[in-house]
Ligand binder design. Structure first.
Ligand code: FES
Length: 570
């Protein structure tokens, strides 16, 4: 029995009056008494005129509503914040927690028996999962789905791996103004999320694996008719979820998160997936052990041949069967008895999934595209609380490298000097960016993929070791060490590095070390002062700066995790 329209009444001190007023007001929406007696399935409307990744949300809502109505429920949509990567100043990550809070409180505040979460663009899926995990009512995710690929001069293009590749060619003088402008018009040919294995694709696959999305949903292109059929099925299933009272905490268990991280490793997914799923787990009081994930990586090869680690795009993965062939291949490494939104276990869903004969996008365990998981967790004197490298998208020759640090003190310093012809830099140097972490920037921008200095790019240098406390788009490639914890802005060792210091990266040994003696570092620390941000005395920025956690704890606000959640490495 569901509470429907009677749940969570506004408080007037008279429950009868509260329900009388509620019913009177909602009659203005044109609902009949019969409709209002049905279980309510709310739908988060994350459409925004700024968000091309969510352009199809109105169509998805219509399909979900159809499914809800067929199954005997009453669909009611409500708006939540919508975040697009390129329309979020200073950075989308700064706003993720705000969207999570908005979602949680609006789900809690309004009468609903279940909620369908529509997300897609990078930060929206984790924000919705975080909010739904905390709100605690039955919830199910529908992602908008990836874009189709574009074409330019006979070449297939995908956002945003090819955005970055083309931009480096432009910086190196290999494309002129007209060519880069023309290419820019071809990169995003349809609605949908970035169609490589970036954060959106990684989060979609992790969401299906953790059990919060109906099977097959992760890879269906945004403009494919299958996407609407999946949305309709999601709406229908939400009505059943409401009746069963199947809440996210019964689905997203420790074992289910392990499965999700296993998927992230096997697809060569975005390092952002580590941060986001750690934050979601924290909302349920579940600790994420990065060292354990790194150990999982040793037995989990990269199976999916998708850019930036491989060749293909998400529409190819959909044709290959989506998440199913990856899960089938990983079967022996997964916790198969975890419950999913279908009410069946992950193992049952894997067994039920059809096999796509002849597909070439998902490799076998014995013939992977990279022998280990895509992500490696580092530790050392430069990152005592861990750092992360996406080794599957790195230059193998640079995975073990010692070099001279060339330090940039923040994003402004980087922009001001990186292309200066007088910059003292050589191709075997290590570029270091600091004050770009959660509190430093603030919002931990995707600036970790530092551009190759123009004078080196012009000489054909395409990769260098780059180290920062920033994040990186999952679509980027290169030998890039991210998420150095603690970040420079809270006094992590990154704050003490000076140009000319030696740094050693040893990825197989999982080490990242600053080769400077302790006495010298202590002397530098005595002179260190934290950065000061304009406007930090009020509003959301104040809340953010005072309470955001480090990357290894998910960058959630420290008061939002359920007791016991976060990261055991903290
Ligand atoms: Fe939305 Fe890439 S910008 S998924």
């Amino acid at each position: 029995m569901t509470d429907g329209i009677r749940s969570g009444l506004a408080q007037y001190g008279d429950a009868g009056l509260s329900f009388f007023l509620r019913k009177a007001f909602i009659k203005a929406m044109g609902y009949s008494d019969e409709a209002l007696e049905r279980p309510i399935v709310a739908i988060t409307d994350t459409f925004s005129g700024y968000n091309g990744c969510h352009r199809t949300v109105p169509d998805l809502i219509a399909a979900i509503e159809r499914g809800v109505m067929h199954a005997g429920g009453l669909p009611i949509r409500f708006p939540t914040i919508s975040i697009h990567e390129s329309f979020s100043h200073p950075t989308s990550m700064f706003l993720r927690n705000l969207m999570a809070m908005d979602t949680e409180e609006m789900v809690r505040a309004q009468p609903m028996d279940a909620v369908v979460l529509i997300g897609g663009c990078d930060k929206t899926v984790p924000a919705l999962l975080m909010g739904a995990a905390s709100a605690g009512i039955p919830a199910i995710m529908e992602v908008t789905g990836p874009m189709m690929t574009g074409h330019f001069r006979g070449e297939r293009l995908g956002a945003c791996t090819d955005c970055r590749r083309l931009w480096s060619l432009y910086r190196a003088g290999e494309m002129d103004d007209a060519e880069i402008e023309a290419a820019g018009g071809r990169l995003m040919p349809t609605a949908g999320t970035c169609m490589v294995m970036g954060t959106a694709s990684s989060m979609a696959l992790m969401t299906e694996t953790v059990g919060m999305m109906l099977p097959g949903g992760a890879a269906i292109p945004a403009v494919h008719a299958d996407r609407l059929r999946h949305a309709e099925a999601t709406g229908a299933r939400a009505v059943a979820l409401a009746a069963e009272g199947l809440t996210p905490d019964r689905i997203m268990t420790q074992a289910a998160f392990e499965n999700a991280f296993r998927m992230l490793l096997a697809v060569g997914g975005s390092a952002n997936g580590l941060i986001h799923m750690t934050a979601v787990a924290g909302r349920l009081g579940i600790e994420v052990d990065l060292a354990a994930i790194d150990r999982m990586g040793e037995e989990t090869p990269v199976l999916v041949d998708l850019k930036p680690s491989g060749q293909h795009y998400m529409e190819d993965l959909h044709r290959a069967g989506g998440a199913a062939p990856i899960l089938k291949e990983l079967r022996g490494l997964l916790n198969l008895d975890t419950l999913t939104v279908t009410g069946r276990t992950l193992g049952e869903e894997i067994d039920n999934a059809p096999t796509e004969v002849g597909q070439t996008v998902v490799r076998t365990m014995s013939d992977p595209i990279w022998p280990e998981g895509g992500l490696a967790v580092l530790r050392g004197t430069l990152a005592p609380d861990t750092a992360v490298i996406k080794q599957s998208a790195a230059n193998p020759e640079l995975l073990v490298h010692e070099g001279r640090a060339v330090v940039f003190d923040g994003l402004e310093d980087l922009a001001a000097r990186i292309d200066n012809p007088d910059l003292d830099v050589a191709e075997d140097d290590i570029l270091v960016l600091r004050n770009a972490g959660p509190r430093g920037a603030p919002g931990m921008p995707e600036a970790g993929s530092l551009p190759i200095p123009k004078k080196l790019a012009a000489r054909g240098v395409r990769d260098m070791v780059r180290i920062s406390d920033a994040r990186m788009s999952g679509t980027a490639f290169g030998t890039i060490v991210l998420h150095c914890c603690p970040e420079a802005a809270v006094g992590g060792p990154l704050a003490l590095v000076r140009t000319g210091d030696r740094i050693r990266l040893d990825t197989p040994a999982r080490r990242l070390d600053l080769l400077v003696d302790d006495a010298e570092l202590a002397a530098r620390r005595a002179d260190w002062r934290p950065p000061v941000h304009a406007g930090a005395e009020r509003g959301y920025l104040k809340l953010y700066l005072e309470t955001v956690t480090q990357a290894n704890r998910g960058c959630d606000f420290d008061f939002m995790a359920k007791a016991g959640g976060g990261n055991s490495e903290a």
